[in-house]
Design a protein around this ligand. Sequence first.
Ligand SMILES: *Cc1c(COP(=O)(O)O)cnc(C)c1O
Length: 402
Amino acid sequence: METLAINGGKPVRASLLPYGQQWVDEQDIQEVSAVLRSSFLTQGPKIEQFEEAVAKQAGATYAVAFCNGTAALHAACFAAGIKEGDEVITSPLTFVASSNCVLYEGGTPVFADVDPETYLLTVEQMKAKLTSRTKAIIPVDFSGQPVNMQAFQAFARENNLVMIQDAAHSFGASYDGQPVGSVADMTMLSFHPVKPVTTAEGGVIVTNNELYAKKLRLFRSHGITRDLQELEHESEGPWYYEMQELGYNYRMTDMQAALGLSQINRLDRFISFRNEIAAKYDAAFQVLEDKGWIRRPVVREQAHSGWHLYILQLKLEHLTVDRRQIFEALRAENIGVNVHYIPVYLNPYYAKLGYKQGLCPTAEQLYTSFITLPLFPKMDDRDVEDTIQAVNKVLEFYAKRS
Ligand SMILES: *Cc1c(COP(=O)(O)O)cnc(C)c1O
């Protein structure tokens, strides 16, 4: 057996392969440069063009751009009317922003456990957490696979709840033929560099609801409006504006919007590349799954995944070491593995709020066995091969032989 790099052997590759990375091309750079030469760096024409392109791609009527996805989620909670005493059900297996946005507005996040097959929330698991105080739901398209959006939206309707879909991982994906962004009351897309397409930092809420769109725009810019139709007091002249809500400065710049506008042209291609790489991993890791050492990610038939993350579930009972050792061994081979995510409520801040270990046993158990492999559109065949080779090498070494 080959000596592992962690034990002094030669690493599979010479330099670290990251788990995710943007793909910015010359056209992107030219579009951003053009904004820098124009008269608007922010609040100019690129924002609206970007919003139109996002809405079209998502199959939604309105899109409102923000400085990042977290600000967009905050705005969605404001638009949904979340306030003190309101409960909002979400997943523990997500980035902290999915539930922090509820806290920002004074609401209470409620965590429903995930399905052990798909790692996603299901309507059944949410139903169990429903109370008379539930005001909204934030299902998360974990790893790029969309939740059953249609089922969640029907559940929200029946129970008079607002559905905010956290689609930070899944722009460009679809469920039952409907694009992510076209179904939920509001859908949040993130444009961070590791996400499907990037604006460096950026977020968008897409919606089909005009009232939500208005509230989102107000919230993005200090709660201030100049729209004559919307004024609460009488206009005092052409300079007149009024602040109607306590908003923030959550605006995106025109440089970011120009980058996003240029990137969106390649979204479908990026998603295809991600699907191709995931298919190569699936084929290569079949053997390891048959040996009982890992479980590969499962995509349901109705879902076209955005493949944001390719996560192996380690079958620790068949391995001689824990996830940490395998993580460090793969890092030593220069494969930039990662872990998504520490269940949100296990963070110290949530513990201080009173959330306890044991709340979502499936999510907690999955967390101890998850390892995220590199997956991004710019990876070449060599990068994919290196990752496969390193995973085989490390798991062969740590497998229990009985
Ligand atoms: C990235 C991410 C966010 C937040 O997006 P930012 O643009 O980084 O603020 C929210 N939820 C999930 C699941 C994410 O992965």
